[in-house]
Design a protein around this ligand. Sequence first.
Ligand SMILES: NC(=O)c1ccc[n+]([C@@H]2O[C@H](COP(=O)([O-])OP(=O)(O)OC[C@H]3O[C@@H](n4cnc5c(N)ncnc54)[C@H](O)[C@@H]3O)[C@@H](O)[C@H]2O)c1
Length: 447
Amino acid sequence: MPSFPTRRSFLKSAAAGSTAIGLNALHYSRVYGANRRLGIASVGTGGKGWSDLNGVAASPDVDVIALCDIDSSAKHLGQAAQKYRSARQYDDWRKLLDDSSDIHGVLVSTPDFMHAPISLAAMHLGKHVFCQKPLTHTVHEARQMRKAAAKFNVTTQMCNQIQSHSAYRTAVHMVHTGMIGKVKEVHSWQGGQPSWPRNIPRPKGSDPVPEHVRWDLWQGVASERPFKLEMYHPFNWRGWQAYGTGQLGDFGCHILDPVFKSLKLTSPTKLTVEAPTLLAESWTDRATVYYEFPGTEYTAEPTLRVTWYDAAGVLPPREKLGDVPANYQLPKAGSVLVGEKGSLVIPHVAMPTIFPEEKFPAKELPVIDGVDHYTQWADACMGNGKTTSHFDYAGPLTETVLLGTIGIRFPGQELAWDADALTITNHAQAQEWVTKPYRKGWEPTWI
Ligand SMILES: NC(=O)c1ccc[n+]([C@@H]2O[C@H](COP(=O)([O-])OP(=O)(O)OC[C@H]3O[C@@H](n4cnc5c(N)ncnc54)[C@H](O)[C@@H]3O)[C@@H](O)[C@H]2O)c1
């Protein structure tokens, strides 16, 4: 954890010969301001980035120093620039990082495929990082993010913010206090209908790039393609394999999070997927992923089956949900943990319920307060407390989710995973998807 110098101690060490000029980027970036304030930069200020920025800036100790967005229109850079008037403005995150001696932490709220390149570059400069979920676009990137956070000793948080909500914290508490006993199996699902493009080929032709959009910078590490209105930027990039991670990638780091946290899961050892044949470039809108994990202190058996279902209107098979009554209306998205003493329903997002009801009357269930996921990171950057979705946790969670997205490419084929070796040991073609090629000149800085 970086130490927290006062202005006086900083000046004293500078006078002793360790001047600002002599400091390398890592040290320089850790020197907090005169009043112990945290200078932050936001990359991707529209969409979810807007609430990330406001969420972190809600900390009384934070100064918004710089804003970066490839789109200068009102909904993107515009509104942030209007609100944080003294912040420097950029369209290229690389230039922002070149100028970042007064920035201690970087928020990365871009589309999925740019999370790792930006976050890794920031961590190499010693910056703390708050990054959107899923942490990365590939499994290899997730491993690199975890390693970089440890190597550069920076404070990190993935923005699966529901982890800090009372609902998910209560569910984790219920498992940890043994209310449902050891867990025998888990079913997690997202039954909502995605609104982004799916199961379609790449559109033909091109549209003029609006003046306010820097399309080349948007494409970043991905190979170049023509701009098409409302097809990629904003939001709809989710449906394209080159940029997003499909429905599992979009929701897995939320919905599987209380499962991971409560059962202290690490990495699956194998998985099999049921899904229709994937088109070359877009994601599918239905998949079932059967993961097998090594058992933990919270599981009933030496291995644990976790099943993920996503398709519009899908719910897990009722007969597999233990004590959940047949007439109970399951939430559209969530998880059921089937335990030896009861079944825990964790809706996405509402307070959890335990069955059988007569054993667990609703009014007697515990409630754990929520915490602020955003200011938790800002506080932790300044040495106060710790984050709960740091990359040591978020890395393996994201790897698991993204292994499922590899499985979607090879339906019906069991994939055996050796997490230590970062290798799908029984399927050379699937192994190729653990990483990906990068656009020339945009290769990330690996550990
Ligand atoms: N935690 C959550 O609940 C939640 C909710 C929504 C989205 N997300 C995540 O947030 C991220 C962004 O999703 P979104 O829906 O806001 O996408 P979006 O496309 O609507 O917004 C992304 C923003 O980043 C900007 N941007 C894109 N590339 C950039 C680059 N290279 N440099 C600087 N700015 C860039 C865009 O102009 C836009 O302002 C995704 O990773 C997504 O999974 C998380």
